[in-house]
Structure formats: C-alpha cells, structure tokens
Design a protein around this ligand. Structure first.
Ligand SMILES: Cc1ncc(COP(=O)(O)O)c(C=O)c1O
Length: 279
C-alpha cells in the first residue's frame, strides 16, 4: 500500500516515523476518517471543520486543510482503488527531544494519510448488529477527535471477542456513545440521542440524522438515555461515517423487539441513502 507522509507518497514499509514523534510518545495527535460515495468525498467540509476544531483545541501547528482532498485522491489513485474508499488523516504535533510533556509552540506537525477500499457491510446494515454496554472510562474531552483511543480500543476489543460490533459507553447513569459511533434509541416514534457535550464526538452522521428527521417530521430530541431505562426503548441504531446507520438488534445478549431492525430505524436508513444519492 502507498500512503502519504509529510509530502511524500511511499510504500508504507518505506515510511519512517521518528520514535520521538509526540504521537508515538504521548498520543499527542488528532485524526479524521472519511469515505467516498460514487468516488466523491462525502461531507468533506464537515469533516474538515471538525478537524480544524480538534487542531485548535489541541493547539497543534497545522494549517494545510486545503491540501487534504488532493492528497486523499492521490493516495487512492496510487493504490489503483477503483471503488469507493475510506480515508484516514492523522496529524501529530511533531517531533520533540528530549521527551518533555510541554512543547515548543512552533514544532512542525506530521501529516499521515492513507486510503483503503471499503468492505461490504450489507449483512450488518440489513440484519442489524449486537452490542455490549461498557463503563465510559474515557477522558472528559471526547469532543476532540484525539488519537488517544486506548479506552475505545479496550472496549471495542471486548465487544469483538464477544461477537459484537460495538461497545456503547455509559458514564455514571447515562449512555454517551459507542467506541467509534454515536448511539440512538427510539421510543414511541421519537428518536433520542445524547446531547452534544464534552462527553461525545459531534458526529457528522449524527448531524445528518437530525437534518433528515427534522425535514421529514420525525420527532428527534437530545436527551440522555439512562442505563436503568435502556430496555424500555423500542429500537436502537448506531451512526458513523463507516457505520452509516446500523440497526442494533441485541444489547448485552438481550434481543431487542423481535430481533430485527426497527421500522423507524429502517426509514431513517432509507432517508440516509436517499440523501447520499442526492449529495
Ligand atoms: C467516538 C466516536 N463517536 C462517534 C463517531 C461517529 O462520527 P462520524 O459520524 O463523524 O463518523 C466516531 C467516528 O469515528 C467516533 O470515533
């Protein structure tokens, strides 16, 4: 695979990253994940806005947002990717020696980009997935798309070894989001998801769900789904750039409804693909 690193397109085994890169030493970096539909980058402006937010919040020295789209397509071309693909952008603060927590404000950031062909998720999208609930042990700035993802990795691995697609976090009494997705519930025809705060990522797909519900007279509200109440809801789904709108049919081994994706979930999924086609 050929990837981009700091101005060069190289086979990944020819890219050398300094062990003094602060991303390696401190997880001092941020990232974005995008995808194409019909070979066009979907919601690129929203992803770039969120990347800008992560960069500003962490005070990383990076301004080359305008170059990213070109870099992504060049990576796809160099890998002869003919189908739709996902793109990963990572910006770490840069290299500093000796290892100190504080940094020089002028340090040069390191940019890494790669693209991969998308896998077929037809089965999960049609039949729904199982999830587990996990205590949210993450930090208090989940609004920043930081590469520091160890709690997400641990939770998702736990989901994976239990045959589940996702681990959804709860913090004290309320549910926040998944390890790499936003989480929605449906009750009596109303869609509910956690409010935007420092406890969740401002998901691009989450915002599309709000737009689609508002345009189609589907009631939607931001409020916390309480852990104690979770089994009183009718339907659940996950959202994310690569997850799209994925129905949830089992939580902690409890079958939801009749074990098939809910009707409103399927309606929102359809509205989502209509939106994708019109994009
Ligand atoms: C923690 C977390 N929440 C939510 C999402 C979904 O965000 P988006 O719809 O922008 O992909 C992601 C995506 O990577 C994520 O990592």
């Amino acid at each position: 695979m050929i990837a981009y690193y700091n101005g060069s397109y190289l086979p990944v085994d020819k890219i050398s990253v300094s062990p003094f890169d602060r991303g390696f030493l401190f997880s001092d970096g941020v990232y974005e994940a995008l995808r194409t539909y019909n070979r066009k980058l979907f919601m690129i402006q929203n992803h770039l806005d969120r990347l800008r937010y992560s960069i500003e919040q962490t005070n990383i020295n990076f301004t080359e947002f305008d170059k990213l789209e070109k870099i992504i397509f060049t990576c796809a071309e160099k890998n002869n990717i003919a189908k739709d693909f996902s793109a990963y952008i990572q910006i770490t603060r840069g290299i500093s020696f000796p290892r100190t927590h504080h940094y020089n404000e002028h340090i040069k950031s390191n940019l890494f980009v790669f693209t991969t062909e998308l896998k077929n998720r037809e089965q999960e999208l049609t039949n729904g997935v199982s999830i587990i609930l996990e205590r949210d042990i993450r930090w208090n700035r989940c609004d920043i798309k930081s590469v520091s993802l160890l709690p997400n990795v641990m939770a998702n691995q736990n989901a994976f070894i239990n045959g589940c697609y996702e681990a959804v976090f709860y913090r004290d009494t309320f549910i926040t989001e998944g390890s790499h997705t936003n989480f929605f519930a449906v009750k009596d025809g109303k869609v509910i998801t956690a409010p935007l705060s420092n406890f969740i990522l401002n998901g691009v797909t989450r915002n599309i769900v709000f737009k689609l519900c508002n345009e189609n007279d589907i009631p939607i509200e931001e409020s916390y789904i309480l852990l104690a109440d979770v089994f009183n809801y009718d339907e659940f789904f996950l959202t994310g750039t690569l997850t799209e709108i994925t129905p949830v049919v089992k939580i902690d081994n409890n079958i939801i409804g009749n074990g098939s994706p809910g009707l409103l979930t399927k309606k929102i999924q359809k509205l989502f693909y209509d939106f994708v086609r019109s994009y």
